[in-house]
Write a protein that binds this ligand. Structure first.
Ligand SMILES: C[S@@+](CC[C@H](N)C(=O)[O-])C[C@H]1O[C@@H](n2cnc3c(N)ncnc32)[C@H](O)[C@@H]1O
Length: 279
């Protein structure tokens, strides 16, 4: 294994040892409970992040969305391509994809249920968003993405990764540092060592998960939200949250916004395959 791949797996192992959620080796559909949250209206106006992906698409494209979830990205771009192919092993996510698709009257989709490494699917453009942190053995995974894409691969990652969103909070309030998930720095190192030279585009939109209510919290609501993130009712923790509100939240006329939820930004990592196969 290359140095960067070893580092990637090491970062993954350390993060997993602190947080079992992302262990896709565990049996069961652990996205089922979250799947509805990932379902957005496919007919919503395209925001800047969607438009950045759309820039690379052609009307004749098969857009293969690996780990595409409930179609948050792919269904919103279905009108830019000839076909959306979803690769999604989570039954809960697929159910939400189908519901969103049918409600929006989208008819140019195909669904495959395999894990990526077991899939035979190919596409003109292969896209994945918010998936690579869950993959330990990253080089064969990326090699297969590259070799299955007739024109382009697009990988979007959040920085910091969603699994690391609470780390800032813990560090400020509890002085506790946690291992982080493999994100942009680790992935970029791996791609470099694989001989790929991608474009790396930070995207501007605020995270889609930030709700309207979370943008305008009172001091008490803000403290309650942080406490829910800690899963704690401890008075000493509440005190520590209350005395750190200005470091944890951004203040505007409308109220307080949790920085750990609003600050992450997506980064699009993309390259053309030029018909060149990787070994
Ligand atoms: C955080 S969700 C992201 C869903 C969607 N891409 C989005 O951005 O809204 C991660 C998804 O990746 C899928 N996934 C994880 N590992 C995968 C793999 N090896 N092959 C295919 N899908 C995978 C999970 O089932 C889950 O639906």
């Amino acid at each position: 294994m290359s140095e960067a791949a070893v580092r990637y797996a090491g970062v993954y192992d350390a993060a997993l040892s602190a947080d079992r959620f992302s262990d896709h080796q565990l049996p069961g559909d652990h996205w089922a409970d979250l799947a509805e949250l990932f379902r957005l209206d496919p007919t919503r106006p395209k925001d800047a992040n969607l438009l950045a992906v759309a820039d690379y698409l052609e009307p004749t494209d098969v857009f293969l969305d690996v780990g595409g979830g409930a179609g948050r990205v792919s269904l919103a771009l279905a009108d830019c391509v000839s076909e959306v192919a979803l690769i999604e092993p989570s039954a809960g996510m697929r159910e939400q994809f189908i519901a969103a698709r049918d409600e929006a009257g989208i008819t140019n989709t195909r669904i495959a249920t395999d894990w990526w490494m077991d899939s035979d699917e190919t596409g003109d453009v292969i896209h994945l968003s918010d998936v690579t942190y869950f993959v330990r053995d990253i080089v064969p995974f990326v090699t297969k993405l590259h070799n299955s894409a007739r024109r382009r691969v697009m990988i979007a990652v959040w920085r910091p990764t969603p699994g690391d969103m609470g780390s800032d909070l813990r560090e400020i309030v509890l002085g506790e540092t946690r291992p982080h998930w493999p994100g942009l720095p680790e992935l970029a190192g791996v791609l470099w060592e694989m001989g790929l030279l991608p474009e790396i585009r930070p995207l501007p939109d605020e995270p889609w998960w930030l709700t309207e209510e979370e943008r305008h919290l009172s001091g008490a609501e803000a403290t309650d939200l942080a406490m829910r993130w800690f899963g704690s009712e401890d008075d000493a923790v509440r005190q520590a949250v209350a005395s750190n509100l200005d470091r944890l939240f951004e203040r505007s006329e409308g109220g307080l916004t949790p920085g750990w939820l609003s600050r992450p930004r997506a980064v699009l990592i993309t390259w053309e395959t030029h018909g060149r196969r990787l070994d």
